[in-house]
Every structure is written in structure tokens, then in C-alpha cells.
Design a protein around this ligand. Structure first.
Ligand code: GDP
Ligand code: MG
Length: 595
């Protein structure tokens, strides 16, 4: 055990974590540079394309240093806030962390939140200034920032380039010399922390764990403490680039277990594995049930596809326990599902996977958060859909989730960012200078305001020089009202939103204006109205088209006419018939695009 090192890499997105991981694998000859596909740790196609790591993975490297053989377990962590719980669990499986900071960008919001997490778990932090090959690199300035953040001596900070390979050897030496070997009692009852799981179509669910105490052998009867379920360990092993089966995985090591688990719901990240005979006293601390916070309706465009959509969502859920879904129906959209996501990126990823991997054409409604609705008798109900709100006369008050967010930016942009956050009902908690002209602003904000067009606005007003990170803080009472949209007098439930009473008027007006832009002209006038209860607060009209588009083809070229009709059909693919009005998918997301 004294020659094991378990470490992770923490970084703000794009600071070069995956690239550096590749160099480490290459340098330790875990992987041949010839067969090195860029960023081997990002295994899903989608991750590769988007350049983000969604699911964390682990990989073992063997390395000789000072005449001794070492086992280095690198645990990759996802880099996006939506997946911060997974980050925290992978961090808990390590004794050390490489903290990567881009030499040109400096410390960003996720750098700080990851550092706090690493400190909380007592990890040895090895700070690395990466991308020093860049012309725009400012390593001295970034060094100041790191010293300020960690309070470490300058000499602790390494400089590297994942691109050119500078500093890789020094990083490996630092891992061995500075990161403590895992402690733990090999003779104690088994206690293994599950930090990730994946679905394999042939083997079922594979859970990744780190052994904190004891050891696990093939054939053992084990129990997952938090779910209470028991399994036979059909196969256990370590993680090289792929899985390598072993008779036994020892204390301090990182490994996997295959035990006939069929759905990802049974394997909860953060759960503890122990033996059924001679179990450990208690579970490893810090287990949390991840709860989706952002909800949206997902509807098939063709209503016959409902069962296919269900099957597709079930398959996705095998791989992604944080996705939830429940059948719901909408007057406007028919039968579909209310899906729960960890955040907006998670929602986008699911939507994209439905389309790409399952060929599903779906309509997604405006995302909303989870509300706590208190009735006059004091009973509380969680509502995941504005359309599901009880009758207003029965409601005592509504609470909505608030986040605590950290924004790091240059002093130049403080003004506009303050204006943006205050406009989103934000409450300023603290403002702190980091170094030079960089400042961290802490705001409490309603999550419901963030899921709607916050990132894009932040990015544009700061010209990209603001980073953002958040966690759910608490629920607070708010004066929320339900805003309905009517098309030709018919309320369209899928367009209902909950909004703050003070903003409702302007919000309703902007919704109507936007919908007018997005709904194409049809054979008749379309009235678009916004209403709170029975009161209409805004109105726009989409004027009718006059001409039949195919009229000019009569007597003419039949194939041209067919083409035109096909084109119309193509356009319709993303349309949904609501009453007698054709509504495009874009319109259901209009609220995300308000000016
Ligand atoms: P991650 O999001 O932290 O995993 O970052 P990636 O490893 O995907 O890198 C983000 C971008 O930075 C990619 O375009 C990389 O090619 C680039 N990059 C990574 N490391 C370096 C480096 O050391 N030098 C330079 N110039 N570019 C780098
Ligand atoms: Mg990456």
C-alpha cells in the first residue's frame, strides 16, 4: 500500500485536464503514443465533440521512481457544475489532487470551488500552471494568484504544458513525493467507496470503487450499504485503460465490480460496499442522494412515438441515474414525459443523445425548477411543472431554490454583472479582490432565473471574461405567479411559466413579442396573449398569409411541386399542431431567448 498513489486532476473547464492526463498516460507507457487517440479519458462521442468530461473514469499507471515500483491511480473528474456531486465523490477517493490553472486564463470560478472541495477532503494539492507554451501565458501573475488562493510557497508550484510535454516528469515525481499513500486497514472489514458507475450492454452496471479498508475478492457476497442490496461479486479487478480482472483488489486500491446489477438506480455514487458477513460498522460519510433540480417536458413530435421515447429514456437512465422521468400529458403536446436533470447542460446532453443515439424527434418545453408549494393547511408539495400548480386560492406560499454562486471576472465588468444579477433578483453576499484587477463576486440567486438565459447574458456582457460556478443553497419564499400563454384564445399549457410577480408584466409582453417572431404566418390570424389568471396582460397578432404557396405550380412542373411540399413537410417535422395553430419547437423555448 505504501507504493500506491490515488490522485485526481481538478481544473476549470478547458484549462487542459484531459490533455495533461493523456501526457501522463503516455509518459508512464500506460498507452502507446501511436495508439493514443486524443483524450482517451473522454470516452463518449459526445464528450469528445464537446470537449467536456461528463462521466468520470479511473486509470491505473505503473511507474518506476527512485528504484521503486509505484501504482498511480488517476481518477478523472467531470468539469462542469451540473456534475459537481460526482466531482466531490471522485475527490473523496483520492489522497492528492493536481490543480491545473491555465497560464493565460488564471484562476477561474471552478478552480476555486474545486480547491475548496479538495481542501475539505484533506487532499494534498499540487498546483500546476499549465499551457506555459502559449504566447499569451502569464505564469508569474498566475503564480501570484495561486499563492494567494492556497497560501503555499512559490516553490511548490510546477509549470507544465500538456501540449508540448514540458513538466510531465516533474508532475509524476511530485505525485510520488508529495501525495500520501492511502491509509486504511487491510485487515478491517471491507469499506469501499463507489465513486462512479457505467452501463455496459453485455455486463450490466459496472461500479468503480476505492477500497478504504479491507479487501474484496471475486466471489465475495457483498452489500451496498445505502441501498441495502446484496450481490455476488462475479468479477472484480483494476482499471488500466480497460478493465483487468483480478482475484482480489486490495486496500487503498481503485477497482471495479461486476455483479449482475441491471439498472444504474441500484448503484448510487457515494455508497459504500461491504461484506455481508463481517460488515463494516458504518457507511463512508458524505453520501448524498443526487436530486434533479431542473425539469422540462419532453414530447415526441409524432404521438405514436410515445412508447419508443419511453424505451429510449429507460436506456439512457441505465447509464445515467441522475436522469429522472415521469409520464405526463399536455393539452398542447399530448403524451410525453416530465424529465428531471441536474442542470441545463445535462438537459442539453440528454436531448442530444435522444436524437443522436435513438433517432427520436422530440419537443422540449421551457425548463423550470422544483418548487415547494405550501397549502393553507401547511402541507407541502413539490411541483415540477408550472401547469401542475394547485388552484391559486389554495396556495399559502411558494418556495423556490436559491443558489450561491461565485463569479470571477475583471474589475472592468463588475458594473454590468451587478446589474445583470440584481435584475435576476440576486442578492449580493460578498465582493473580494483576488489579485491585480480580478475580483470574485458572490451572489445568491433564484435557480429559476439561472436556467433561463443567464449564462449567455453573462458571457456576452463580460466578453467571455467571467467564469461562473454555483451550488444549491436553500429554498426561499417568493412571490411567484403563473403566467399563461393563449393562442387564439386557447391556453397552451406547455408555454406556462412561473415568474416573479414584479416582473410578470414585462415578461408577458416580451414573451408575446418573441412568439410573434417565432410562429410562422398561417392561413388565418393568430392571436397571442399572455394572461395571469383571467387577466390578459399582453397581446400580439401574427397576420395571415394570403397566397397558397403551391398555387403558382399548377400546370407547371410536378416534381417541383412535390419538392415544395416535401420541404414544407420537413419544416413541419419540428412543428406541433396546437389546436389549429402550427407551433415550431423554437417557440416552446421562446422564454430562453427573450431580449
Ligand atoms: P479540459 O476541459 O480541462 O479537459 O481541457 P482539454 O484538455 O480538453 O484542453 C482544452 C483546450 O486547450 C484544447 O483545445 C487543448 O488542445 C488545449 N490545450 C491543453 N493543454 C494545452 C497546453 O499545454 N498548451 C496549449 N497551447 N494548449 C493546450
Ligand atoms: Mg476534459
Amino acid at each position: 500500500m505504501k507504493n500506491i498513489r490515488n490522485f485526481c486532476i481538478i481544473a476549470h473547464i478547458d484549462h487542459g485536464k484531459s490533455t495533461l492526463a493523456d501526457r501522463l498516460l503516455e509518459f508512464t507507457k500506460t498507452i502507446d503514443s501511436k495508439e493514443l487517440q486524443a483524450q482517451v479519458l473522454d470516452s463518449m462521442d459526445l464528450e469528445r465533440e464537446r470537449g467536456i468530461t461528463i462521466k468520470s473514469t479511473a486509470v491505473q499507471m505503473n511507474y518506476e521512481y527512485g528504484g521503486e515500483k509505484y501504482i498511480l491511480n488517476l481518477i478523472d473528474t467531470p468539469g462542469h457544475v451540473d456534475f459537481s456531486y460526482e466531482v466531490s465523490r471522485s475527490i473523496a477517493a483520492c489522497e492528492g489532487a493536481l490543480l491545473i490553472v491555465d497560464a493565460a486564463q488564471g484562476i477561474q470560478a471552478q478552480t476555486i470551488s474545486n480547491v475548496y472541495m479538495a481542501i475539505e477532503h484533506d487532499l494534498e494539492i499540487i498546483p500546476i500552471i499549465n499551457k506555459i507554451d502559449l504566447d499569451s501565458a502569464r505564469p508569474d501573475e498566475v503564480e501570484d494568484q495561486i499563492v494567494e488562493l492556497l497560501g503555499c510557497p512559490r516553490s511548490d508550484i510546477l509549470r507544465a504544458s500538456g501540449k508540448t510535454g514540458i513538466g510531465i516528469e516533474e508532475i509524476l515525481a511530485a505525485v510520488i513525493e508529495r501525495v500520501p499513500a492511502p491509509t486504511g486497514d487491510p485487515e478491517a472489514p471491507l469499506q469501499a467507496l463507489i465513486f462512479d458507475s457505467v452501463f455496459n450492454p453485455f455486463r450490466g452496471i459496472i461500479a468503480y470503487f476505492k477500497i478504504v479498508n479491507g479487501s474484496i475478492a471475486k466471489g465475495d457476497l457483498v452489500k451496498f450499504v445505502n441501498t441495502g442490496k446484496e450481490y455476488d461479486a462475479d468479477e472484480v479487478g483494476i482499471l488500466r485503460l480497460g478493465m483487468e480482472a483480478r482475484q482480489r483488489v486490495e486496500c487503498g486500491d481503485v477497482g471495479y465490480i461486476i455483479s449482475g446489477i441491471k439498472t444504474s438506480k441500484e448503484v448510487k455514487v457515494g455508497d459504500t460496499i461491504t461484506h455481508v458477513k463481517n460488515p463494516c460498522d458504518k457507511a463512508i460519510e458524505g453520501f448524498e442522494e443526487v436530486k434533479p433540480m431542473v425539469f422540462a417536458g419532453v414530447y415526441p413530435i409524432e404521438s405514436e412515438e410515445f412508447e419508443n421515447l419511453r424505451a429510449s429514456l429507460e436506456k439512457l437512465q441505465l447509464n445515467d441515474a441522475s436522469l429522472t422521468f415521469q409520464p405526463e400529458s399536455s393539452v398542447a403536446l399530448g403524451f410525453g414525459f416530465r424529465c428531471g436533470f441536474l442542470g441545463l447542460l445535462h438537459m442539453e446532453i440528454i436531448q442530444e443523445r435522444l436524437e443522436r443515439e435513438f433517432n427520436m424527434d422530440v419537443i422540449t418545453t421551457v425548463p423550470n425548477v422544483s418548487y415547494k408549494v405550501y397549502d393553507k393547511k401547511g402541507a407541502v408539495k413539490e411541483v415540477h411543472n408550472p401547469a401542475g400548480l394547485p388552484d391559486p386560492t389554495l396556495i399559502d406560499h411558494i418556495e423556490e431554490p436559491y443558489i450561491r454562486s461565485s463569479i470571477i471576472t475583471s474589475t472592468t465588468y463588475i458594473g454590468p454583472i451587478m446589474t445583470l444579477c440584481l435584475g435576476k433578483r440576486g442578492i449580493l453576499i460578498k465582493q473580494e479582490y483576488i489579485s491585480g484587477d480580478r475580483v470574485e463576486i458572490i451572489f445568491d440567486l433564484p435557480l429559476g432565473e439561472i436556467v433561463i438565459d443567464f449564462y449567455d447574458k453573462l458571457k456576452s456582457i463580460s466578453k467571455g471574461y467571467a467564469s461562473f460556478d454555483y451550488h444549491i443553497h436553500d429554498f426561499r419564499p417568493s412571490k411567484l405567479v403563473k403566467l399563461d400563454i393563449l393562442l387564439n384564445g386557447e391556453p397552451v399549457d406547455a408555454l406556462s411559466t412561473l415568474t416573479h410577480a414584479d416582473n410578470a408584466q414585462s415578461f408577458g409582453r416580451r414573451m408575446c413579442e418573441k412568439l410573434k417572431e417565432l410562429i410562422p404566418r398561417q392561413q388565418f390570424d393568430i392571436a397571442i396573449q399572455a394572461a395571469i389568471g383571467a387577466k390578459i396582460i399582453a397581446r400580439e397578432t401574427v397576420k395571415a398569409v394570403r397566397k397558397d404557396v403551391t398555387a403558382k405550380c399548377y400546370g407547371g412542373d410536378i416534381s417541383r411541386k412535390r419538392k415544395l411540399l416535401e420541404k414544407q413537410k420537413e419544416g413541419k417535422k419540428r412543428m406541433k399542431q396546437v389546436g389549429n395553430v402550427e407551433v415550431p419547437q423554437k417557440a416552446f423555448l421562446a422564454v430562453l431567448k427573450l431580449d
